[in-house]
Design a protein around this ligand. Structure first.
Ligand code: AMP
Length: 113
């Protein structure tokens, strides 16, 4: 069974795309939990945060850079935003393709639920 986020990266499943390059893709979450809720993913399939190696460092930095750029575009850079990676069942990970949530546009509580 194909990975849903690989399908979105390839353009075979529609999404509200906000960024696409040769290494990173970003699209709006289908079930947003904040006024801005964007998912930033590596185009290459990395299933879990636990699979990340130091050789992926540049790719991770690119993901953070894209998230920061999108936060500025969304007008939430000054008020603040949160980047979240859920890893494993207790954290609520539901899609096995590494994705960073960009959340903002409202005050958030700490700790997360
Ligand atoms: P996680 O719980 O961290 O694995 O997050 C998975 C996220 O992907 C959830 O917030 C879902 O709402 C979102 N999601 C699942 N399918 C799609 C899709 N086809 N397009 C956009 N977002 C999706």
């Amino acid at each position: 069974v194909a990975c849903i986020f690989c399908e979105i990266v390839a353009g075979r499943v529609p999404s509200q795309s906000v960024y696409h390059s040769e290494d990173v893709t970003a699209f709006r979450d289908i079930d947003p939990k904040a006024p801005t809720h964007i998912l930033i993913v590596p185009n290459r399939h990395i299933a879990f945060l636990a699979d990340v190696k130091s050789s992926d460092g540049e790719l991770l930095a690119r993901i953070v850079e894209v998230a920061n750029d999108l936060a500025r575009q969304e007008g939430i850079a000054q008020s603040g935003y949160r980047l979240v990676v859920n890893s494993g069942p207790d954290a609520g990970q539901t899609v096995a393709h590494l994705h960073v949530h960009l959340l903002g546009g409202r005050p958030m509580t700490w700790p997360p639920g």
